[in-house]
Design a protein. Structure first.
Length: 706
């Protein structure tokens, strides 16, 4: 809840990165890093520094690639950065930057049960690298799930010093995101491609078998020989689970432009006023296209496009990002859906800061209006007003205040408080992929208070922070948790969370060569009251449970992040510029994500608590001073993460307890729980869909600074 000079103040804090080539000293670097699973990164950069004519420039290029720790998660990324500066005098500084990072990475996204990890490993040592989404196609690795994106950002920033007490900062920027995600669609004989009928003995997806069926060849499915029929001489896939499997791209591109103008004015020696305007416009471009027909002749989309039903798509599109920063965001043959999401934003912000002697205080406020509009080319005829909606304008804002008092040179105390009325996301305004505004849409409301104490000395520094935050009217969406028989997704509204806790961090300089670092955080994060759940199928139609259903979440723990964490680390300079370091991280009070099927009753068991775990990281550093004047250096670094190869559950998508029924009662035979059946791993029911953390990984790097 600290101060931030933006109209979009965040809840937990704000990071502002200033990149000014005019402030970089002349020089550059070249580096390379390699690690486990064929990880390789190379990078080069150079800065001219501020030249006599007032010009400056910075450049960076890098490339990263590897196979990924988890099986079937190959990745590749590039990065470029260009900054040009012009500082004709002390009162003007103009900066131009352009940066982008085209990347793709194969994914593991399906919910995998502990029992499945054990099936392809052992009972005591599950195969934590197992990925159910990948396999081989024509002898090459192939993953149905892939994310790919390129989001270049360009900006021009002008800092003007009007006089000794007044400064004006102006920035205009643009961003052109292109990409999306690939996934599997359709099925064979009513079976999803993740079904065991399409798996090899080692658990990989048999894409060659799927391709054979798609192209009309006879294949054996669950012991039965099946051959698909041609329609008009073509083998056509579709969204149906009975007419072939395809890989489909879901595009989420955008064009985003904005400007921020900020005026800073000093009033005497103690008062500092900031005032600014923030305007931006965003156009999201959303549609689907075929990535791979997997042997079929085409893809029949019979109903999605009301304006052109029974469309047959035969053209496929790559699931790799374009390196062109201004690539076209359109394709010829769209399926599934096709719409624009438009958001206009206007905001103003101000901050007044007072500083005198040992006291610093601030008050900050912001107001903004966001307008949401949807243009749909598939779901509605052009004559329908819903095909091109008007803007739904929603007002929001925040107010914050705080202060810090330095008791003396060693001790300080601070307190901050704030209230934030946050506009909902686009999907909350237009839920269920329809163009009808949600009648229940409201702003999310966050109230936060924090207080802390700091201590500083030559040997020891420490900070203690207490916080209390409430977050009301959150809107969330989760997909159905069954990967073999997906049923769609759930929308939630009216969620309220309460977060309280204490944080501590300390650093001790025992000697000039030996340093110790420690951290401890203990939180109590839980839901409050009830929420409402709505359920929809994969075609965005309400299904059983689609009617409003109360979720009894009061005092249920918030999942997906450990609420108690601690670490203890140390570094020791063995000889000059040779350093060894190690760190132990402990995580506890980690809970599973909420699932609607577990909270439809007030007598629910709450969130499933996962086992605590601790991991050890270690490293080695060496810096060699080189050059005629010893002003250059070669740096070597080795990192080993999870040194002891600890197996631990990092998150769970489900809440199945050891005391839950595994086998229902039949006649006189009583029901059997997971605990009674021995179907537990480290105390957790093996039917839970989890992600394990990474085992031992390592990387080494060498960098030359000149």
């Amino acid at each position: 809840m600290g101060s931030s000079k933006l109209a979009i103040s965040s809840v937990g804090g704000t990071i502002n990165v200033l990149t000014k080539s005019s402030e970089m000293k002349e020089g550059g670097s070249a580096s390379s890093a390699f690690g486990n699973n064929d990880y390789l990164k190379v990078q080069g950069s150079y800065n001219t520094g501020l030249m006599k004519n007032g010009l400056s420039a910075s450049f960076l290029l890098s490339s990263t690639a590897g196979n990924g720790y988890v099986n079937g998660t190959n990745f590749e990324g590039k990065n470029y950065y260009i900054a040009l500066g012009y500082k004709p005098n002390k009162n003007n500084d103009i900066q131009f930057t352009f940066t982008g990072a085209p990347q793709w990475h194969d994914q593991r996204t399906s919910g995998i049960t502990i029992a499945t990890y054990q099936k392809y490993g052992t009972i005591d040592k599950p195969n934590t690298k197992y990925n159910s989404d990948w396999g081989h196609l024509n002898g090459q690795e192939f993953d149905m799930r892939r994310n790919y994106y390129h989001k270049p950002v360009g900006s021009i920033n002008w800092d003007l010093k009007i006089n000794e007490t007044t400064k004006l900062s102006t920035i205009v920027y643009g961003s052109w995101g292109r990409g999306g995600g690939a996934s599997g669609i359709g099925g064979i004989g009513g079976l999803n491609y993740l079904n065991n009928a399409f798996r090899t003995v080692d658990g990989l997806v048999d894409f060659d078998k799927i391709m054979a069926y798609n192209s009309g060849q006879p294949v054996l499915i669950n012991g039965v020989l099946k051959t698909r029929s041609a329609v008009g001489g073509q083998y056509l896939n579709s969204f149906s689970t009975s007419s072939g499997v395809s890989r489909i791209n879901s595009y989420n591109s955008h064009d985003w432009y904005g400007a921020i103008v900020k005026l800073n004015k000093k009033f005497g020696a103690n008062l500092n006023l900031d005032f600014g305007l923030d305007a931006r416009t965003y156009k999201g471009i959303h549609y689907q296209g075929i990535s791979n027909l997997l042997g079929a002749s085409g893809f029949l989309d019979a109903t999605s496009n009301l304006n052109q039903p029974n469309t047959i798509a035969t053209q496929t599109y790559t699931s790799n990002p374009s390196f062109n920063p201004f690539a076209n965001a359109d394709i010829a043959q769209k399926v599934g859906y096709n719409y624009f999401s438009k958001v206009n934003w206007y905001g103003a912000f101000t901050q007044l800061e007072y500083s005198k002697d040992n006291l610093t205080a601030f008050v900050q406020g912001a107001v903004s209006e966001q307008g949401f509009k949807k243009v749909d080319y598939f779901t509605y005829l052009p004559t329908n007003p819903l095909s091109d909606t008007s803007f739904k304008n929603i007002l929001g804002g925040n107010v914050k205040a705080g202060g810090n008092y330095n008791i003396n040179e060693q001790n300080n105390v601070f307190v901050n408080a704030g209230y934030y009325s946050k506009q909902p996301a686009f999907g909350s305004v237009y839920p269920n992929n329809k163009s009808v505004v949600n009648n229940n849409v409201v702003n999310e409301k966050i109230t936060g208070v924090e207080a802390g104490y700091g201590f500083r000395s030559k040997i020891f520094t420490a900070n203690v922070n207490l916080y209390y935050t409430t977050w009301k009217d959150r809107f969330a969406t989760i997909t159905d948790s069954d990967p073999l028989n997906p049923q769609g997704y759930y929308n939630f509204s009216g969620i309220q969370e309460v977060h309280t806790g204490i944080e501590f961090e300390g650093n001790a300089k025992i000697t000039d060569k030996f340093k110790v670092m420690a951290m401890f955080s203990m939180g109590d994060w839980k839901y409050k009251g009830q929420a409402i759940s709505y359920r929809f199928d994969v075609s965005n139609n309400p299904v059983a449970g689609g009617a409003a259903q109360a979720l009894y979440l009061n005092n249920v723990k918030v999942g997906d992040a450990a609420q108690t964490t601690a670490s203890l680390g140390a570094s020791y300079e063995v000889v000059t510029r040779v350093t060894l370091d190690a760190n132990y991280n402990f995580n506890d009070k980690l809970y599973a994500a909420i699932n609607p099927t577990n909270f439809g009753s007030s007598t629910n068991k709450g969130s499933l608590q996962l086992p605590n775990y601790g991991i050890v990281d270690a490293g080695f550093s060496y810096k060699m001073v080189v050059g005629k004047n010893k002003d250059n250096s070669v740096n070597f670094r080795l990192n080993v993460n999870n040194l002891l190869d600890k197996i631990y559950i990092a998150e769970s998508k489900t809440n199945i307890f050891a005391s839950d029924v595994k086998t229902p009662a039949v006649g006189a035979t009583p029901a059997v729980t997971y605990a009674q059946a021995g179907a537990l791993y480290n105390g957790v029911a093996t039917a839970n869909q989890v992600f394990f953390g990474f085992g031992r990984t390592w990387n080494a790097s060498i960098r030359f600074n000149f």
